[in-house]
Design a protein around this ligand. Structure first.
Ligand code: ADP
Ligand code: MG
Length: 359
């Protein structure tokens, strides 16, 4: 059991702590193989969508299935990337204010889901935030604090109503010049859902994938025990605050600690509050969402990080199909009831405290 826990910690940390996680994972796989415990286990690790992606499947044809999954991830990346010039999203952005562009079924689907989530979260999550994310240099990793004048100029371009998507005709259009969409907040979740369908179709009944920290599982471990997913300590990503036991579910974490830069002693992270144009300062260090729907989990982890604990809990009370673990900047771990049922808080060498919230 201990090994399984360590292995999953390796996976969860992979998105943040690239190589130590992977070394740990490989060493462990070798140990397990040496002990003959892990028959028909196949692992894959690739770099895509600007992050490390790990997949583990069990089953006779696991290696061939993983190859297909890797190709599928690369195909989706070539559609959704904001930085790859030929991607459909880049084309949509380049033609903003001019004309509509043809899009694949998948891009149309993801744009529509992104638009729906933007409306549902009342803009806390907003896929038209791209010009502002770019101005902060998070798109090209050329970090800079933009002037207020620059932000004032860009904020009118954050406007979900100006995105139209015609699913049947497979066309999309941004009606204001200078507008752009950024699917970075949901693309990994969507890709995760897609890969889970592919794995199931190929007959895989035991698998765990972590696409840059978007974790999803199929079934249980081959020995029947549940998959374990560590929830990172945002103040020290080598550490964790507790462990989730998940079965056929997805777990996604968003946090300001995942991507940030410092200027004049102040830290600026990559999750932008679409109402202010500034990195969200909502009193949270991270938000972890559990949901069978990984796209939704991905969008909501970003949205609830922007909303903060109080508004996030209101949103949870009014909406279905997901559970939450907030980690606040005053070091409280706050789990909604459904999350608490599968979460074990661990009192480790840190000062985090734990509370559970009822609906
Ligand atoms: P990560 O990509 O690190 O897993 P998230 O899923 O929270 O983190 O997505 C953050 C990414 O989404 C940012 O890098 C940016 O591209 C984009 N983004 C930032 N703020 C928002 C927002 N309020 N709504 C939608 N997308 C956002
Ligand atoms: Mg997200």
């Amino acid at each position: 059991m201990k090994k399984c826990v360590m292995y999953m910690i390796g996976i969860m940390f992979a998105g943040v702590c690239l190589f130590s996680g992977c070394t740990e994972q490989r060493e462990l796989a070798q140990q397990q193989l040496a002990q003959g415990e892990e028959k028909d286990r196949y692992d894959s690790m690739i770099f895509a969508m600007d992050t490390v992606m790990n997949m583990t499947v069990y089953g006779e044809k696991g290696d061939a299935v993983l190859l297909e999954a890797e190709k599928e991830i690369q195909r989706l990346e070539s559609l959704f990337s904001v930085t790859k010039e030929n991607s459909e999203v880049a084309q949509l952005n380049a033609r903003a204010g001019k004309e509509s562009v043809p899009v694949s079924k998948e891009t149309a689907d993801l744009l529509l889901t992104g638009k729906a989530l933007t409306k549902e979260t009342e803009n806390a999550f907003n896929i038209t935030i791209s010009p502002v994310v770019k101005a902060w240099g998070f798109t090209e990793e050329t970090h800079v604090v933009p002037t207020q004048a620059k932000l004032d100029e860009l904020m009118p371009l954050v406007d979900i109503e100006a995105l139209s998507v015609e699913k049947d005709e497979q066309k999309a259009y941004l009606s204001k010049a200078g507008m752009a969409v950024d699917l970075g907040g949901i693309a990994k979740g969507y890709t995760t859902d897609h890969i889970m369908v592919l794995l199931r179709e190929k007959g895989i009944s035991s698998a765990v994938v972590s696409l840059g920290g978007n974790v999803a599982t199929i079934g249980t471990k081959p020995d029947g025990s549940p998959w374990k997913v560590a929830v990172s300590n945002p103040l020290n990503t080598e550490d964790y605050v507790g462990m989730l036991e998940v079965k056929d579910s997805s777990v996604v974490t968003s946090g300001g600690y995942q991507r940030f830069f410092e200027e004049n002693g102040k830290r600026y992270h990559h999750i932008i509050n679409p109402l202010t144009g500034y990195p969200a300062e909502s009193g949270l260090l991270s938000v972890t969402i559990l949901s069978p729907d990984s796209t939704r989990a991905d969008g909501l982890s970003t949205a609830l990080f922007v909303m903060g604990e109080e508004k996030g809990l209101d949103f949870w009370r009014k909406n279905q199909n997901f559970e939450v673990i907030f980690i606040t900047d005053d070091h409280r771990v706050v789990a909604t009831k459904g999350a608490a049922e599968v979460f074990t808080f661990e009192k480790r060498d840190n000062d985090f405290t734990y509370e559970v919230v009822e609906k």
